[in-house]
Design a protein around this ligand. Structure first.
Ligand code: DAH
Length: 344
């Protein structure tokens, strides 16, 4: 039996020498050490041995098993090492490779201006309001002191949906909606950005759809000087500390008195150039003291309360600030145009 065990060990070790794959190793383990394996087969012969022989043969058997197991273990460790090496090779990450650039999107220039204006006014304690683009004649005109036959309606050529429903021609109806919602409470201090529509033929400076930002302040003792100070503060933050404003008398049905507001030309800083037609000034918004009729209709006693309002065109401000010469660029979605604002 001893010889059989020795022969078995030698055969096993020789086979294991040549093993190349994990599969072969598993097969050999079963072949020699498995339940129906060759070593078990030899052990069956133990029954025929005498009591003295048994422990001896038992010891040799254990040694044989141990010898084969050791080699299997070594091979196992070798395979594991090779496998790790193979994976390290194939899964290497070259950390020196340049990364794939992420193409970041960017805000549309109009939204950039809106956010800038919002930030400035939020800094002065205003909140931001919005209103519907499909609006009622009632809010767009009537409540702003523009009855049906009022000649000033012609200033804003309107898209009507029905006789009573229209596309808002300005953001001023949000003033009315806010005042009504406030039910006579003060202060009212809001700005409202949004799209507006007018029946204009599109060209470099006109668009049938454009963007406005409306401002409204109502409180006790609000004066024209508050309007002027607020707007001066705004333009300094928007266009630079050296910017000045001037107010020119004007007319809007919803304000009295009304003023158009100019800023020192952003191109020539007031010296006179082509953009400002040599005047040194650029018109940027309409404004005034809220008309007593408008206050009254919205539930504010004009004896007790007063307010100012203003409305500016966002496209115009963006065009001045970025030197854009055609309003249609804002709406054609040309990426060559839009990408220029990605890093501003
Ligand atoms: N709504 C006017 C327009 O679209 C702009 C405007 C002027 C708004 C004076 C105002 C204001 O709030 O007080 O032409």
């Amino acid at each position: 039996m001893r010889e059989r065990l020795e022969a078995l060990q030698q055969a096993a070790l020789a086979d294991l020498q040549n093993v190349e794959t994990q599969q072969q190793l598993n097969d050999l383990r079963i072949q020699y050490l498995g339940k129906k394996g060759e070593l078990t087969e030899v052990l069956r012969g133990m029954a025929q041995l005498s009591a003295e022989e048994r422990p001896l043969v038992g010891q040799v058997t254990n040694e044989t098993r141990k010898a084969i197991e050791d080699v299997i273990e070594q091979k196992q460790a070798l395979f594991a090492r090779l496998e790790t090496e193979r994976r390290l090779q194939s899964e290497t990450i070259d950390v020196t490779l340049p990364g794939r650039a992420v193409r970041a999107g960017a805000l549309h220039p109009l939204n950039k201006i809106i956010e800038e204006v919002e930030d400035i006014f939020i800094g002065m304690g205003y909140t931001v309001e919005e209103g519907p683009e499909v609006e009622q004649d009632h809010y767009n005109f009537e409540m702003l002191n523009l009855p049906k036959d009022h000649p000033a309606r012609d200033m804003q050529d309107t898209f009507y949906v029905t006789e009573e429903i229209l596309l808002r021609t300005h953001t001023s109806p949000v003033q009315v909606r806010t005042m009504l919602a406030k039910k006579g409470e003060v202060p009212v201090k809001i700005i409202c950005p949004g799209r507006v529509y007018r029946r204009d033929d599109d060209d470099a400076t006109h668009s049938h759809m454009f963007t406005q930002i409306e401002g409204l302040v109502i409180d006790k003792k609000v004066r024209m000087s508050d309007l002027k100070g607020t707007l001066l503060q705004f333009v300094k933050q928007m266009f630079g500390e050296q910017t000045q404003i001037r107010l020119r008398p004007s007319f809007f049905p919803f304000t009295e008195p009304s003023a158009e507001v100019d800023v020192t030309c952003v191109m020539c800083k007031g010296h006179g150039c082509r953009v400002c037609k040599q005047t040194g000034w650029l018109e940027i918004l309409g404004s005034g003291m809220v008309h007593p009729r408008v206050l009254e209709m919205a539930g504010y006693d004009p004896q007790e309360y007063s307010g100012f309002a203003f409305g500016m065109g966002v496209e115009r401000i963006a065009m001045l600030k970025y030197g854009i010469d055609d309003i249609r660029h804002f709406y054609t979605g040309d990426l060559r145009f839009l990408r220029q604002f990605a890093r501003l």
